[in-house]
Ligand binder design. Structure first.
Ligand SMILES: Cc1ncc(COP(=O)(O)O)c(C=O)c1O
Length: 381
């Protein structure tokens, strides 16, 4: 398929997303590439040694080919690239970025090329699999020697006519997708899929997901859909403060509310500012830092795998580890935001591997880190 009007028309033909149903004024201003399978299911999370009253939002099943939490934001980023007739869409993040894999997987179905500006991260099986998938998807990989040089790489990319997403797509024009997620949960509560959650637990990397959820809960409450009693939203940090500070989340949530107000929706900026103050963020599951597997995360992977829940050690395992440890002390019902795609990843051919930048190939040859400390002989996950 090519880009241009044909791709744009087929990208936007279906309007089943909760965001447009509840905020129809947005439709005239933003373009959504129809990628996701909405709504994603909500299921009770039950099993031996799993605390009561837990539920799970299956964002892992959000799209065919590659799902996960980022589908909600890239629908609008790919939509914007199609509208602007951009030839390529870039993502920015670590060598093993899920956002980059999600973008590369779905861009090509709309005839768009993809690129990824990436910086090194601790080697882990989860990150290796993503980097290999980028090669298999013919994504142009532009590696940096260090995250420190990221602003220069970003500056160079932005001088082109390509669409360049911020790391994690943490920008209001994309975060509106998670406002849609909160409206979707409101619909599911009204349909009796689950009782209104008292607590929502979300792993936090770039802050896009949690910021949109916080804003969206306020929109759903304002429209009388659900959340008369606001749930406590708890962010489990997988990247350190200050990237995941409450201030950053609150700022992006307010920016998203402002975007909606400026694009045909109601103005809830002050309500969102107020509610963002009650947000709770914890760094208790971070371990040694971004991308480092933790013993508790690996234990959570093992505990949930028999239930068909495939966690990744960088993000979803840390959130789940915190949840499983603390759930008995949380006010229920508690909803866990399951963010890692459940789909199998493509493997590159020998030629595709050869074409990868040398620094990434060198990184792929490193021994994957097992657990947090060097002496630990845990499994390589
Ligand atoms: C699997 C997974 N979970 C959670 C997150 C965190 O989401 P956000 O960056 O929106 O905070 C990410 C981000 O890339 C992710 O890939």
């Amino acid at each position: 398929m090519s880009t241009g009007p044909h791709a744009l028309a087929s990208a936007t033909h279906d309007d089943d997303a909760a965001l447009f149903r509840h905020l129809p004024g947005l439709r005239a201003h933003v373009t959504r590439a129809a990628i996701g399978r909405w709504p994603t299911p909500i299921e009770p999370l039950t099993g031996a040694e799993i605390p009561n009253n837990l539920w799970i939002k299956r964002e892992d099943w959000s799209a065919e080919g590659y799902g996960g939490n980022k589908i909600r934001s890239i629908e609008f980023m790919i939509g914007s690239a199609l509208r602007n007739d951009a030839g390529r869409i870039w993502s920015e993040g670590a060598f093993g970025s899920n956002h980059a894999v999600a973008t590369a997987t779905h861009a090509r179905t709309f005839g768009l090329r993809s690129g990824a500006l990436v910086f090194p991260q601790p080697p882990s099986e989860t990150a290796f699999a993503n980097a290999r998938a980028l090669a298999a998807l013919d994504c142009e990989i532009r590696p940096l020697a260090s995250v420190v040089t990221f602003p220069f790489g970003d500056f160079r990319l932005r001088r082109s006519s390509d669409t360049v997403q911020r790391p994690g797509a943490a920008e209001p024009a994309a975060v509106i997708g998670y406002v849609g997620a909160a409206l979707e949960i409101a619909d599911q509560i009204r349909a009796g899929v689950m009782p209104a959650p008292a607590t929502i637990v979300v792993p936090v990397g770039s802050t896009g997901t949690i910021s949109g959820l916080v804003a969206g809960i306020e929109f759903a409450a304002h429209m009388g859909l659900a959340f008369e009693h606001r749930p406590q939203v708890i962010g489990v940090r997988v990247t350190p403060w200050p990237v995941t500070s409450r201030f950053m989340v609150s700022r992006l949530a307010q920016g998203t509310a402002a975007f909606i107000a400026e694009h045909g929706g109601p103005d809830l900026r002050s309500e969102v500012r107020r509610v963002a103050r009650s947000l709770r963020m914890t760094g208790a599951a971070l371990g040694r830092g971004y991308g480092w597997p933790t013993p508790a995360g690996v234990a959570a992977c093992r505990q949930l795998a028999p239930l068909g829940i495939k966690l990744d050690t960088t993000y979803s395992a840390k959130g789940a580890a915190w949840l499983l440890d603390k759930a008995r002390h949380l006010e229920g019902p508690t909803l866990y935001w399951m963010t890692k795609s459940a789909e199998p990843l493509p493997e590159p051919t020998g030629d595709q591997l050869e074409r990868m930048p040398r620094s990434v190939r060198r990184w792929l040859r490193r021994q994957p880190r097992t657990l947090g400390s060097r002496g630990d002989q845990g499994p390589a996950i």
